[in-house]
Ligand binder design. Structure first.
Ligand SMILES: COc1nc2nc(N)nc(N)c2nc1C
Length: 308
């Protein structure tokens, strides 16, 4: 039974990765369900063989009395904003003075969700927390374990923390509000509120029903990943099994960055998730370190915000 249980866990976690992280399922839902039910049956008769990274353990058995506080190892920062081309240019001129290194920018979408931190120990997902005030957040591990795009075990036994945006896809938002309206429940104003409301639930079976997803965009104590740029970091996060947003681009001039913001503004409504802007970052970590930080935000990044 142990052999079969290990095989099923490996298979089901891989299928889940293909479906929820890569958006490229390799088997039908029916086949997945059959193998999932076989694992449930085996674990029922051999409970001593149940492990935390089993796909059957995503929904916690208990309703929490409240959320405990989590002190972030390093502050979860905020971002400076730019609202027009002039302010984007000023950002570029400001940081050009702070480094002699050539400035290559990486542009990433700013997903309109909830910033979260995920801690992995030897590859196992052990803790998830909200940003909170940047220094202290809330432990929402139980709820984040229900987000199928979050792997319970990485492809490598890494110990580090990753940060990203947990969000509700537009389609899930529409479906949720339709269901709530039919039940005479209050509907959510937007996907960001719906995602925040889902992650604030003390009963993880509610979060599990909300089809949340996630994109990761940074990591701490990632020396072990041996990466020198933001773009290489994102590729490495994807390699270990984490979900990263594919709509990112590298540019060598702020003019091209501006053109990219216009390109995304035009296709924003077709995206399957809400975005509230573009995050522009200096790509090379060496240049980021040289440019540095203000008290609450990196100087080497800026959020170009779209009109609401
Ligand atoms: C480096 O710090 C950050 N990077 C980010 N990147 C993306 N794509 N989206 C964010 N919301 C974001 N937020 C922060 C504080």
């Amino acid at each position: 039974a142990q052999e079969r249980i290990e095989t099923l866990k490996t298979l089901l976690n891989r299928y889940s990765y293909e479906y929820y992280v890569l958006d490229k399922p390799s088997i039908s839902d029916k086949e997945y369900d059959q193998q999932y039910q076989e694992l449930e049956r085996l674990e029922k008769t051999h409970p001593e063989l149940i492990t935390t990274d089993s796909p059957t353990q995503r929904i916690g058995g208990t309703i929490l009395p409240g959320f405990t506080k989590v002190q972030h190892d390093s502050p979860m920062l905020s971002l400076g904003n730019a609202f027009n081309q002039e302010e984007l240019l000023q950002f570029h001129q400001r940081i050009s003075k702070l480094t002699d290194q050539p400035l290559q920018y990486i542009c990433e979408l700013k997903i309109d969700g909830l910033a979260v931190s995920l801690k992995y120990e030897n590859g196992l997902f052990i803790q998830g927390a909200t940003r909170g005030d940047g220094n202290t957040g809330e432990d929402i591990t139980q709820n984040l374990r229900t987000v199928k795009a979050i792997p319970l075990r990485l492809n490598e036994p890494l110990t580090f923390e990753v940060r990203g945006e947990c969000y509700m896809p537009k389609a899930s938002f529409v479906q949720l509000n339709t269901d709530r309206d039919e039940k005479g429940l209050e509907i959510f104003a937007n996907p960001r509120n719906a995602a925040a409301g889902s992650l604030r639930q003390l009963d993880s079976s509610v979060a599990a029903s909300r089809n949340l997803s996630i994109y990761l965009y940074s990591a701490t104590n990632f020396e072990q990943l041996v990466v020198e740029t933001q773009d290489a970091l994102l590729n490495r996060l994807a390699q270990v099994g984490l979900r990263t947003n594919p709509e990112r681009r590298l540019f060598d001039s702020i003019e091209e960055v501006w053109a990219f913001t216009e390109e995304i503004a035009a296709k924003r409504k077709e995206l399957p998730y809400d975005i509230d802007g573009i995050v522009i970052k200096v790509n090379a970590f060496a240049a980021q370190e040289e440019i540095g930080y203000t008290v609450k935000a990196p100087r080497w990044a800026i959020a170009y915000k779209f009109k609401a």
